[in-house]
Design a protein around this ligand. Structure first.
Ligand code: SAH
Length: 511
């Protein structure tokens, strides 16, 4: 087989948890591969943000069972590469540091498959930094040691000279994979002469908004693990630098720190929402329940282009309507001035804002953001009789407005520009959702709530909402939620995503 017909494998470090800690190069390559192989330490947000054309294969642990054996992963990569596919093998944090990336690369080389290795931010650096501990410091530590605690008890496996490590002074030790071995490691270090009151910290789920860090001393590490039920992934940092933590905490002080927020809007439109929530310290659970795609109805566009009636209206009822309409407008009509002959109505502040981004000031915005109000107020405001009204819509919009306008004597042209369909989560998503359930669920349209039921049954939704609060963007979304018998904790005004997030921050500061 000609080498040029084979694919390349990219071993990419995806960072320790905060999805933005993947490198620019890693992200660029992951987005352009044919297949992505990933395991349980890869942030979900990275996976859902990849284009839907990429095949995503989960090779991590499932429900307490073992991960897919390393041999199988190796073989899978070779097979896919021989099939001409470019593969992004996403690995937690850095691909090599205690990550077996070297072994995988070796196997690929033996089988004649090209590879590249893209380093990542290792958890041993990112974890202490997010916990407010600098690994080096001019006065306290001039070297760092990364150690694995894996099988530390079994002398035949561990090659670490613990008695030598114990005598190291003026540096920082960072222990990976040591939760279950910590009592033995601490005993070994103390027996070999390390002072029992050496400052030490435990950092669990570092860089995730559910990060927990505990400052203590060496001899107390096993108690911390037991009392606080510390679980992997976790790190231990041992050395004088831990004393700087009280001065340098930053991540754990954020307003939504530790709050787990499930975001259900379509992933391709949620990047800003994810980022804003994360910047506020929340853990984003990206569980899109809908997918939006553009729709083109040639006949309707031709009819739109040929409207000659002087009394003509263009009605937008969602931001998506504006977005997809504008894309098509430039493509199929190609001249913004075509809109100059239309009066324009918008439901909701978000929709009006989306229009303003295109330098269009709506002529009419009903007092509240429902299509029912639009229908009621529109006929008072406008002389509908004899008007031609273009209603920009998606496939799920209801027909209430059209019916009202027609009953008042208008001619209505529905112009469908996008379609919303339910998004089905990858297989392992549901399991993870119940393992780390949300504190808050955000719904930004009725369809995002309906889409939940394409993935979960009624009982499962009840289980989630028994502990999670529901936040809704506005009255029509809340109505859909209540119709199914669920309670809305808070609704935002105005009905925009920034306002919804502000409502959440206010709510959290009060509870
Ligand atoms: N290649 C990874 C390490 C894989 S070994 C890296 O560069 O970090 C797995 C160990 O890494 C875990 O047992 C834990 O000690 C550490 N680890 C990985 N992610 C972590 C996180 N978010 N928080 C704390 N420790 C983490």
């Amino acid at each position: 087989m000609d080498d040029s017909e084979k694919g390349t494998v990219y071993l990419i470090g995806a960072g320790p948890g905060d999805p933005e800690l993947i490198t620019l190069k890693g992200w660029r390559i992951a987005k352009s591969c044919d297949v992505v192989l990933y395991d349980s330490l890869i942030p979900d947000e990275i996976i859902v943000s990849l284009p839907s054309s990429i095949k995503k294969i989960y090779v991590g642990k499932r429900g307490g069972r073992q991960s897919i054996p390393q041999d199988e992963i190796n073989e899978m990569m070779v097979e896919l590469a021989l099939d001409g596919k470019n593969i992004a093998r996403l690995k937690g944090s850095d691909p090599i540091i205690f990550g077996r990336g070297g072994e995988e690369a070796m196997y690929l080389k033996e089988h004649g498959i090209r590879f590249e290795i893209i380093p990542g931010v290792t958890s041993g650096i990112a974890g202490p930094t997010y916990a407010g501990i600098p690994c080096t410091d001019r006065n306290k530590a001039s070297y760092i040691m990364f150690l694995t605690g894996h099988k530390a008890k079994e002398k035949e496996f561990s090659t670490i000279p613990w008695d030598w490590v114990a005598k190291a002074k003026g540096g920082t030790l960072v222990l990976y994979m040591a939760v279950s071995e910590i009592a033995d490691i601490v005993a070994e270090l103390i027996d070999s002469g390390m002072p029992p009151d050496t400052p030490a910290a435990t950092i669990e789920r570092a860089t995730y908004p559910t990060q927990r860090s505990f400052k203590s001393v060496l001899k107390d590490l096993p108690n911390i693990v037991a009392d606080q039920c510390v679980k992997a992934p976790a790190l231990f940092v041992i050395g004088e630098v831990v004393d700087l933590q009280p001065y340098l905490t930053w991540f754990e002080d954020k307003p939504l720190f530790g709050v787990r927020v499930m975001v259900t809007r379509a992933a391709e439109q949620a990047a800003d929402t994810y980022r804003t929530l994360r910047d506020l310290g929340a853990e984003v659970l990206p569980y899109p329940t809908i997918e939006i795609s553009e729709h083109f109805d040639e006949e309707a566009w031709a009819a739109f282009e040929n409207i000659r009636n002087e009394n003509r209206w263009l009605v937008f009822t969602s931001e998506n309507g504006v977005r997809y309409f504008m894309r098509k407008l430039s493509y199929h009509i190609g001249d913004m001035r075509h809109l100059a002959y239309f009066s324009i109505a918008a439901v909701g502040e978000g929709t009006a804002r989306a229009l303003r981004k295109h330098c269009i000031e709506p002529d009419f915005v009903p007092s509240t953001a429902t299509v029912a109000d639009l229908a009621a107020e529109f006929s008072q405001y406008v002389d509908a009789k004899g008007a031609t009204v273009v209603r920009v819509r998606g496939n799920l919009s209801d027909n209430m407005f059209e019916e009202m306008a027609e009953s008042k004597g208008a001619e209505v042209l529905p112009l469908m520009v996008y379609r919303t369909s339910h998004y089905r989560w990858p297989m392992e998503f549901k399991e993870k959702l119940f393992e780390y359930p949300p504190d808050v669920m955000l719904f930004t349209s009725g369809s995002t709530f309906e889409g939940l039921f394409a993935n979960l049954n009624d009982d499962e939704v009840k289980r989630l909402t028994s502990t999670a609060k529901i936040f809704s963007i506005g009255p029509s979304t809340s109505e859909k939620i209540r119709q199914r018998g669920f309670e809305v904790t808070a609704e935002s005004t105005p009905h925009t995503i920034p306002a919804l997030i502000e409502t959440l921050v206010d709510y959290m500061s009060e509870v």
